[in-house]
Design a protein around this ligand. Structure first.
Ligand SMILES: C[C@H](CCC(=O)NCCS(=O)(=O)O)[C@H]1CC[C@H]2[C@@H]3[C@H](O)C[C@@H]4C[C@H](O)CC[C@]4(C)[C@H]3C[C@H](O)[C@]12C
Length: 325
């Protein structure tokens, strides 16, 4: 499972938890403006926006999991098994393969509004990258500082939702996830009050009781409710340090600890492999990994963004402990 997040303090930030039982050799990859993007069914993009994000580069192509472009537009793909339904090629449509979707969007557009208009022509065509990297069942969150969209290609067609939370997790479909929030409208950040019965007396014996009932398990619908509650009530200073800290704390509220979610065999567990937070105004991509709690940063603008060669940075994965004596 995964969680995607868009959050604005003074600057706008976008990132995600990647929750999985194994890595795919992902690296922080900067694709400069003159790297030629070749698409399977669409005209190539010889020049485009520069992109920074997490990707596996295969056969010279950056397979982005999430990214941000030099105009401040961001996008992430999250698992959507059983619901993602990619289509046969549709004549007259923009036939985008799912693995091309992030480069195609971030390469061309500046804002969520522009993407929303372009999506009316998009057909997510069922073309896999390769036998080694087969089709992934994904849905996507696309954000700028003004708003977010959720895009889902399901059996009924391409669904584009306004996402007022700036949060995406996994199954079920986004309309059902949104409806599920109705169940939590009574939750509060303030101390609970007795609405149970005037004839009974209760003791507010702990802080935080106003949100009793907020789910704490790691299922995707529970993480959705928890992340939306945490984000919507989040209070942060506007400095980079305060904003980053708050962003990683929101993602931390739905992170996965090894041992709690068993997948497959006895010793296979889903964990939060990395958490990312890109300052979309400055183009700095920050991340932590499961075993590296120190925030590491990669600055898009330190690379030559007018070149034609992808630059990637292997993740720093071990703890970086600052001893004080
Ligand atoms: C599985 C990842 C999403 C995380 C998630 O939701 N995991 C939950 C697993 S489960 O439901 O609980 O089993 C997704 C996010 C981005 C995906 C990757 C990107 O789409 C880039 C390429 C795309 C290729 O088609 C497949 C390999 C791949 C490298 C993908 C592998 C995998 O599907 C990734 C890493």
């Amino acid at each position: 499972m995964c969680t995607g997040l868009s959050h604005t303090t003074k600057d706008h930030y976008f990132g995600r938890n990647l929750d999985l039982e194994y890595p795919y050799n992902e690296k922080v990859a900067i694709t400069p403006r003159n790297f030629p993007f070749e698409f399977r069914r669409l005209p190539s993009l010889p020049t485009h926006h520069a992109i920074i994000g997490m990707a596996t580069t295969a056969d010279g192509f950056p397979l982005y999991y999430d990214g941000t472009n030099d105009a401040g537009l961001s996008m992430a793909g999250l698992n959507f098994p059983g619901n993602a339904d990619y289509k046969p090629e549709a004549p007259g449509k923009a036939n985008v393969a799912p693995f091309e979707f992030i480069p195609w969007v971030l390469g061309q557009f500046d804002t969520v509004d522009q993407v929303e208009t372009a999506l009316t022509e998009v057909n997510l065509v069922d073309i896999a990258f390769s036998a080694e990297f087969p089709q992934s069942p994904l849905h996507w969150i696309i954000s700028d500082r003004h708003g977010s969209l959720t895009v889902e290609s399901v059996a009924a067609g391409l669904r584009v939702y306004d996402n007022p939370y700036g949060v995406l997790t996994n199954n079920p479909t986004f309309d059902i996830q949104s409806f599920g929030l109705n169940d939590y409208m009574h939750l509060s950040t303030t101390p609970s009050e007795n609405r149970f019965s005037e004839r009974l007396e209760f003791d507010t014996y702990s802080r935080g009781m106003g949100a009793i009932g907020l789910p704490g398990d790691l299922s995707s619908s529970s993480r959705f409710a928890k992340a939306v509650f945490t984000k919507m009530n989040s209070v942060s200073g506007t400095s980079e340090s305060e904003s980053l800290s708050q962003f990683f704390h929101i993602l931390g509220s739905v992170a996965q600890q090894r041992g709690c979610v068993q997948v497959g065999g006895d010793d296979s567990y889903e964990i939060t492999i990395y958490s990312s937070c890109c300052n979309t105004d400055t183009g700095v991509y920050y991340y932590t990994t499961y075993e590296n709690s120190q925030i590491t940063g990669v600055d898009m603008h330190s690379a030559d963004l007018d070149s034609d060669t992808i630059v990637d940075y292997p993740l720093v994965t071990g703890q970086q402990i600052a001893m004080q004596n």
